[in-house]
Design a protein around this ligand. Structure first.
Ligand SMILES: CC(C)(COP(=O)(O)OP(=O)(O)OC[C@H]1O[C@@H](n2cnc3c(N)ncnc32)[C@H](O)[C@@H]1OP(=O)(O)O)[C@@H](O)C(=O)NCCC(=O)NCCS
Length: 186
């Protein structure tokens, strides 16, 4: 079942998304911002990745679509732990010119709504590289996430080690947030 933010639509990733996803997978402006890391990706690698993502209830990946634009990025809920009711969440927007327009915040709000109001999860985990100020701002200043710790010198990027900022949000944080910001009202 697809789910929505106020503007974005989150849906299953399809074969027709692979061309753009491959382009973003090799984009040097995106990957230094992400915690995950890989060598340059070929069409074959991309195909193998796509074939392995379906029908895995513990690792869900979504395409993010904006109205009149189409695919703008991806978001995920992975390592879903049904016993303790938590999961890890991450997202990325591909085109640089689509950033700063509220789609990131809307995607995170939609993922939280789905995780807490549909899947019944208790908390979400996340993390970012210390220099990813946009990510820290959107999660912790706009979407109710809290900084919960730092793993020092965890990432190696640009010939330097960088801290990993550990963040998280509980269902109580989410419901407090929407009571305050009235995100879904109207
Ligand atoms: C991080 C990312 C998801 C943010 O999404 P976005 O659509 O650009 O952000 P939004 O437009 O929703 O911004 C929401 C808020 O965050 C703040 N923000 C956004 N970019 C910022 C920046 N570079 N510095 C400081 N604050 C920033 C804005 O103040 C905005 O608040 P406002 O509503 O008061 O204007 C997106 O830029 C992205 O995908 N970047 C590349 C990959 C990545 O970093 N993923 C996250 C890995 S942890």
């Amino acid at each position: 079942m697809n789910f929505k933010g106020k503007n974005v639509l989150l849906r299953a990733i399809t074969e027709s998304d692979q061309k753009l996803l491959l382009q973003w997978a090799n984009d040097p402006d995106i990957w230094p911002m992400l915690g995950t890391w890989h060598f340059p990706v070929t069409e074959k690698d991309q195909k193998i990745w796509f074939e392995n993502i379906s029908a895995n209830s513990l690792n869900q990946r979504f395409a993010v679509e904006a109205p009149n634009v189409g695919l703008i990025g991806t978001a995920n809920l992975v390592e879903i732990n049904w016993k303790d009711r938590n999961a890890f969440h991450g997202m990325m927007l591909g085109p640089v010119d689509i950033r700063g327009k509220g789609y990131g915040k809307d995607t995170i709000m939609a993922v939280m709504r789905y995780a807490f109001e549909e899947l019944g999860l208790q908390r979400l985990d996340g993390s970012m590289i210390e220099y990813n100020k946009a990510s820290l701002a959107v999660y912790c200043q706009k979407c109710g996430w809290k900084e919960e710790g730092v793993q020092r010198k965890w990432y190696f990027r640009k010939n330097k080690f960088w801290d990993k900022i550990i963040v998280g949000v509980t269902r109580e944080d989410y419901f407090d947030l929407i009571k305050t910001n009235h995100y879904w009202d109207g």
